[in-house]
Ligand binder design. Sequence first.
Ligand SMILES: CC(C)(COP(=O)(O)OP(=O)(O)OC[C@H]1O[C@@H](n2cnc3c(N)ncnc32)[C@H](O)[C@@H]1OP(=O)(O)O)[C@@H](O)C(=O)NCCC(=O)NCCS
Length: 317
Amino acid sequence: MESSLTIRPYRISDLDDVLETLKAALGESPILKRTPALWAWKHEHNPFGPSLVLVAEMGGRLAGVRALMRWDLALPDGTLLRCLRAVDTATHPDFERRGIFRKLTNDAVEVARQKNYDLIFNTPNDRSGAGYLTMGWRRVGTIGVMLRPLMSRGAKVDPDSPPDPADFFEPVPAPFAAGEVPQRSSSGLRTPRSREYLAWRFNGHPSVKYRATSDEKATVVARANIRQGRKEVVLSDILGRANRRSVAALARKARATYVAGWFSPRSPERRAAILAGMVPVPGVRSLTLVARPLRELPMDVFDLANWDLAMSDLELL
Ligand SMILES: CC(C)(COP(=O)(O)OP(=O)(O)OC[C@H]1O[C@@H](n2cnc3c(N)ncnc32)[C@H](O)[C@@H]1OP(=O)(O)O)[C@@H](O)C(=O)NCCC(=O)NCCS
């Protein structure tokens, strides 16, 4: 019954039910287990601050969850936008199509407005994407894939086993021994790569083990993945002065079928990746970026050309 729907802020005692709901609605994969550690990493340890989380109760049960991660984005002139990322939304399958996602999301937008956030952005799947577009979100654009096939094709591997970085890379270290953080100017909205952010993003993930190759100019960060039984190395980010040689070094050290990644057009990282043999695959869409400004903003956020992103900004693995 619609009348018994209650929306309220998340409490720590909801955690088991929330994870159960996420599991029931979204499932799991070998590298994406809905564990308390993953929840804590995303929603409690995030250096931008704890997430804004609402839950829905119906008939005495937890029926839905809506989490907005805090996320800062810098404009090219350095001004920070206080943003939120709409992630981890799920309605328990027993309660679908009763308006729970809509109510949770609209209420969360209201809270975000009251707290003076500037913008919400996310990369929804096809199921929730349609719903966002009816709630004031608009499409920014599609994110493609850049690929470089590798010589070491290797045998197919079990798609249900978690990838072991030792099988995918010649020994390369985990990222960052807390060194200096190289920043660059940006051509659009960009996540500031503070030391704190990088440590959380690449060293703190509870289940994904990032690896990095570094030279005097740049650090290339990647992770191992298995896609359709093939070994994939995902080029997550390039920090410092991106150059062809740094990406080529990663490709040399990767024992996978291919290297995949994505960087915004006009970014130095994209240029370096292309010079190192990574090719944008025509017609392939990996994600769709959508956004909902919460006030008048100094740039057109619905133009993908105004975003300066790497794969590390888009996926939360
Ligand atoms: C997607 C999901 C969150 C929708 O939750 P819900 O509570 O059933 O959604 P609502 O009843 O509030 O529907 C709101 C709008 O979303 C869209 N929508 C919801 N479910 C949809 C579906 N299965 N197919 C297409 N559109 C859908 C519709 O526009 C709907 O409006 P309408 O009912 O007026 O047509 C829910 O199905 C779910 O948890 N799915 C699995 C998890 C998931 O995909 N999460 C998104 C991760 S990005």
